[in-house]
Design a protein around this ligand. Structure first.
Ligand SMILES: [Zn+2]
Length: 72
């Protein structure tokens, strides 16, 4: 007696195309968030500071050194 194994066919995966017009606003939004993150990690201190305290600088200080931003 031979055991038979049932191999159901995998459902076809159809990629969904996203029109560029729908993708572009999200790409711009994500790009702006990344630029904001780069600003806070790399530039936020001294003359270009939004906040007058050093809290942001101290909070991201290790990240600055890790990413190679000039610090001190
Ligand atoms: Zn430093």
């Amino acid at each position: 007696m031979q055991a038979t194994l049932h191999h159901p066919a995998a459902p076809a995966v159809v990629p969904v195309s996203i029109p560029l017009g729908e993708l572009l606003p999200w790409a711009i939004f994500g790009g702006m968030l990344m630029l904001l993150a780069i600003y806070f990690v790399g530039v936020e201190e001294g003359a270009a500071a939004i906040f007058n305290t050093m809290y942001v600088h101290e909070f991201v200080h290790d990240g600055r050194h890790l990413l190679g931003f000039p610090c001190h």
